[in-house]
Design a protein around this ligand. Sequence first.
Ligand code: SF4
Length: 467
Amino acid sequence: MARTLLDKVWDAHTVRTLPSGQTQLLIGLHLIHEVTTPQAFQMLKELKLGVRMPERTFATLDHIIPTDDQSRPYADPMAEEMAIHMIRNAKDYKLPLFDMSTGKQGIVHVIGPELGLSQPGMTIACGDSHTSTHGAVGAIAFGIGTTQVRDVLATQCLAMGKPKLRQVRVDGALARGVYAKDVILTIINQLGVKGGVGYAYEYAGDVIAGMTMEERLTVCNMSIEGGARCGYVNPDQTTFDYLRERPYAPAGEKFDRAVTWWKSMASESTATYDDVVRVDGSAIEPVVTWGINPGMSVGVGQRIPAPDSAPEADRSTFREALAHMGFEAGQPIKGAKIDVAFVGSCTNGRLSDLRAAAEVAKRGKVARHVRALIVPGSQQVEKAAEAEGLHEIFQSAGFQWRKAGCSMCLGMNPDKLVGREMSASSSNRNFIGRQGSPTGRTLLMSPAMVVAAAITGAVADVREILR
Ligand code: SF4
């Protein structure tokens, strides 16, 4: 029977079937960071266990890192303590740590693919929801909790149930001013934030096939926001070209042998799926969220929907969202005033995101009332962007150019919203309080749309600026 990539990766990594019916799955790559590991390492120490496969375990510092003044000790004692724990645990267990001195530090989901650690046919785990990102290279990648981080550290295995598989086909062609972020926000809007529960998503179709690796990383990153356990794209020439000569990818003849194996792991053309969904890529316009989850979005030319237009079960969340955001049903999203603009995160903090943002930043200056941050996803992105002069474009337009980290994606470092500030953000979550203020408000959109909002001072249609 024809098999999918999910079938092949699952079978290749199955150690055994557990009495519970779950699979004991070998994890090929374990990525760790400072936030979800201190307790896991503590449990490991109490149990007098070592790290089972240190050669498959890589650490970074990202969530708590200040992106302006990085001098130690950090101003926040909790951040300092987490950093100390990560550094000490990496040393104690002889694990590679990409700290600031390495030039390779960055958000865990940016550096994994960037360094060639994330490869096709792998199983990948990390104590962070957005581990689904790594599926873009053709891996099955899961976010896990702290107890599971302990389990992977100790055994290199996870007990997991195999998800069902939905193919999400995006065909047609994207219009100018429409980006990967708009594609995934549209998918989540159409299928719902719980639509993917119990599923893995295989992204396919003309639009996905034509995407760069960085665009695919953006799409897979937000699979979890649509409820899916993971999301992936079958490996193809784009994947192989992206991985070639990355520091941790196989080199020379080994690379060619790896490509042969990677190709064999792709879904077969006659494979069947538990579900297939089609999205018309040509109909997608720049998308903006208006609510308190990533599914509550509209095209930039549309109006905020009324609760009555939602399914009965969602209406109270719609009302809560309108009240929190201070919006009226029927109000156009375009023109909603913003206070803060943030380009960065593991969704949209890569070089191509910064290039797209700079293309718009060239055309204006940040509005006087807007605080605007550009935060590279990694030190390597920062360096490459500076080599192209992107930082100068941003700075002369009035943006702050920061150092690599999660920054304003979440409120765990000094970059936070204050009070009821409204933020145009290229991150992945608009939950209440996500950007550090319990009354703060988040509008998710593409990096280019964030910059358009920053220079307009309100939600704007980037297509009108790029004209
Ligand atoms: S950028 Fe945001 S979503 Fe991504 S790893 Fe950091 S905190 Fe998590």
